[in-house]
Design a protein around this ligand. Structure first.
Ligand SMILES: C[S@@+](CC[C@H](N)C(=O)[O-])C[C@H]1O[C@@H](n2cnc3c(N)ncnc32)[C@H](O)[C@@H]1O
Length: 389
């Protein structure tokens, strides 16, 4: 497929005219590849509109943002190598492209599925959380008194909205009791805790109790004062440590950017309480980094510091995800915000789908293979859950 293909023109033109809604690639060329479907959508980043490409695999979604030119190159490549079918939805028309094994193709148009309410402009402007008359956003310094998002807080505001969107999609598929508890471990300044509470109460009309646990007492005091001002009666913050804070029953456990093994303590507490939803964004993977002793041909992979750090990250989070699976959680690992905001953007989401309380040994075997391959003695979560391997 070439740049001057009419389908590519339709995509470029719709993007320029702001009528591009989405483009979906499907019908795999090679049945055994893990990649299932790819979706392109417009996304507003800072001052420019880009194309967000979501690659959906069996277990996770990978999202990256590209300029229009870059996305065209990605699209050409994906259509040449991975997919036979592409469906482009614009406000004017839908375009359907199908390739045959012979290399020939057919393309047809249909009346538009999406209409003005779905326009790129409207979609992009619409954020889940209202910034106007929003006491906590103002108190946290995200918005002005008049309710406008401050320029330097735009990406924080986007991050908060994105996070709520993700939690929402998980909560909708979970079976939570009528009254449930959400525990946010290492709540920090509370941006995300407040946003989640706001969303659950004011948009979803749910009535959970939300508790933020935080080590630093000055942040706890500040957050409790804001919660009072905002009249968020079922939200409170307590000073404590993730590993031993006294908690009510955990239904939804959240730990975003809790350092190193603090994430393991949070996951372990979630698993032990049979939490229905666990959502963690790990950071600083020191524990495994210190104990990794790659052997044989793999030894070279730890020669360069940054590469060792990346491996430690991949190994730690893979092991955490596998352990969650072994306890009956349907687990996904994906990137959750644009990388120019923070490099710490891996999110592990886990939804309890099997009522098992003893880990699945076949999955733990995979953990063992990984550990022995990379010369790792243990990963902290195993210790905390008393997993003997
Ligand atoms: C990087 S901040 C993240 C804050 C918030 N979760 C967010 O994503 O915006 C990490 C917070 O976790 C707190 N923290 C770190 N270790 C902790 C522990 N063991 N117990 C409780 N809080 C902890 C820190 O004090 C800090 O406020």
């Amino acid at each position: 497929m070439k740049h001057d293909h009419p389908f590519i023109h339709h995509f470029q033109n719709s993007f320029s005219r702001k009528s591009f809604v989405k483009l979906v690639l499907s019908k795999k060329r090679v049945k055994t590849t893990l990649i299932k479907i790819v979706t392109l959508k417009p996304v507003q980043l800072k001052d420019k509109i880009m194309v967000s490409i979501v690659i959906s695999n069996q277990n996770n979604d990978l999202t990256k943002n590209f300029t229009l030119e870059q996305s065209v190159l990605q699209l050409l490549n994906l259509l040449d190598k991975d997919f036979y079918k592409a469906d482009l939805f614009t406000l004017e028309k839908d375009w359907h492209l199908l390739y045959y094994r012979s290399g020939k193709f057919k393309m047809k148009s249909k009346p538009a599925t999406f209409h003005v309410a779905d326009t790129m402009h409207d979609q992009l402007k619409k954020r889940i959380l209202d910034s106007h008359n929003n006491i906590y956003l103002e108190q946290l310094g995200v918005t002005t008194k008049e309710g406008y998002v401050k320029k330097r807080k735009q990406s924080k505001y986007r991050q908060i909205n994105k996070y709520v969107e993700i939690v929402d999609s998980i909560l909708r598929t979970s079976q939570l009791p009528e009254s449930f508890n959400v525990i946010d471990m290492g709540a920090g300044k509370g941006y995300l805790t407040f946003a989640l509470y706001d969303y659950l109460y004011n948009k979803l009309r749910k009535k959970p109790h939300v508790l933020g646990v935080e080590l630093r007492s000055e942040l706890v005091e500040k957050c409790n004062a804001i919660a009072k001002k905002a009249k968020f009666d079922h939200l409170n913050f307590e000073q404590g440590e993730i590993k031993n804070a006294i908690l009510p029953r955990i239904d939804v456990l959240i730990a975003l950017h809790a350092c190193d093994i603090a994430t393991d303590h949070a996951i372990a507490r979630g698993i032990k309480s049979n939490a229905k939803v666990i959502l963690v964004a790990p950071c600083c993977h020191k524990q495994i980094r210190k104990s990794m002793k790659n052997q044989g041909p793999l030894a070279i992979l730890t020669k360069f510091g940054i590469m060792k750090a990346r491996q430690a990250e991949i190994l730690t989070d893979t092991i955490r995800a596998l352990i969650l699976e072994s306890y009956g959680y349907q687990t996904k690992v994906f990137e959750f915000i644009e990388t120019d905001h923070t490099p710490k953007n891996i999110l592990i989401t886990a939804l309890k789908t099997k009522e098992i309380f003893v880990p699945d040994l076949a999955i733990l075997d995979k953990v063992n293979t990984l550990k022995s391959t990379f010369g790792i003695a243990f990963q902290e979560l195993e210790h905390l859950l008393d997993i003997k391997t």
